[in-house]
Design a protein around this ligand. Structure first.
Ligand code: ADP
Ligand code: MG
Length: 252
């Protein structure tokens, strides 16, 4: 079953069309790596999946529900704010910048959402936050403040924070691009772990090695459109399109 289905997604900013009919399918439990040059529209697409942008045409479904809409009596109606919030909660997002609360410890950062949004009892939320920090290899940093953590550790806290909301889908937008090279591996390892656990993920990345090892499929995007899609072995090692070949020649 497809957990994400995007059909003909269009989005303009002013007179510039940055998504020009994007189609994309992600099956439940699968990892899709979204590759492409800067300005291709990768971030915009992720933002549309997560209600951070509204689309001008086409449709995106997550877990069978049209993003931003509900169907009643065979018609689509725009969702009210509360319902939008409910849909958004089902999708975790990790950005290039971690944006942790600076005056809260790692465990407080992770427990925050469950306590305030899901109304989980604090004790329970904190216990689960500690378990999640353990899962990302940071059991011993639970009581540290963000400034006491490396970039890689902060990003792992950000992943734990997203997981705390029990998302059915995780979106990653260049999660390792802001990291020093020696810290990239620990974050990719946590993501690979998540993938092995069956999390459905869309990952925008330039880490070709990660895409090759972890992705079920690779989607290559240029100028607001999907140019090529397929298993990593095909798209990365045997690309059919010239644009894909040119891009790979630069990043590999
Ligand atoms: P990518 O993530 O692939 O680098 P983006 O989705 O960030 O690409 O951007 C695609 C295009 O849309 C770029 O030309 C960018 O300048 C433009 N863009 C993105 N967000 C906005 C915005 N809020 N307003 C105007 N233009 C935007
Ligand atoms: Mg981007």
């Amino acid at each position: 079953m497809s957990l994400v289905r995007a059909v003909g997604v269009r989005k303009s900013f002013g007179h510039t069309e940055v998504l020009r009919g994007v189609d994309l399918i992600v099956d439940a439990g699968q990892v899709v790596c979204l590759l492409g040059p800067s300005g291709a529209g990768k971030s915009t697409f992720l933002r549309c999946v997560n209600h951070l942008e509204t689309i001008d045409a086409g449709r995106i479904w997550v877990d069978g529900e049209p993003v931003g809409f509900t169907s009643r009596g065979g018609k689509l109606h725009e969702l009210r704010e509360r319902e939008v919030a409910r849909q958004r909660r089902g999708v975790g997002m990790v950005f290039q910048r971690f944006n942790l609360f600076p005056h809260r410890t790692a465990v407080e950062n992770v427990a925050e959402g469950p306590v305030h949004v899901l109304r989980t009892a604090r004790k329970e939320a904190v216990a689960r936050a500690r378990a999640l920090l353990d899962r990302v290899g940071l059991a011993d940093k639970a009581d540290a403040y963000p400034h006491q953590l490396s970039g890689g550790q902060q990003q792992r806290v950000a992943i734990a924070r997203a997981l705390a909301m029990r998302p059915k889908l995780m979106l990653f937008d260049e999660p390792t691009s802001a990291l020093d090279p020696e810290l990239v591996g620990e974050v990719l390892e946590v993501m690979a772990d998540l993938a092995r656990d069956g999390m459905t993920m869309i990952v925008v990345t330039h880490e070709i090695g990660f895409a090759r090892q972890v992705a079920d499929s690779v989607v290559f995007m240029v100028d607001g459109a999907v140019v090529e899609t397929g298993p990593p072995g095909q798209v990365l090692d045997n690309p059919r399109q010239q644009r894909t070949q040119q891009f790979l020649a630069k990043v590999l």
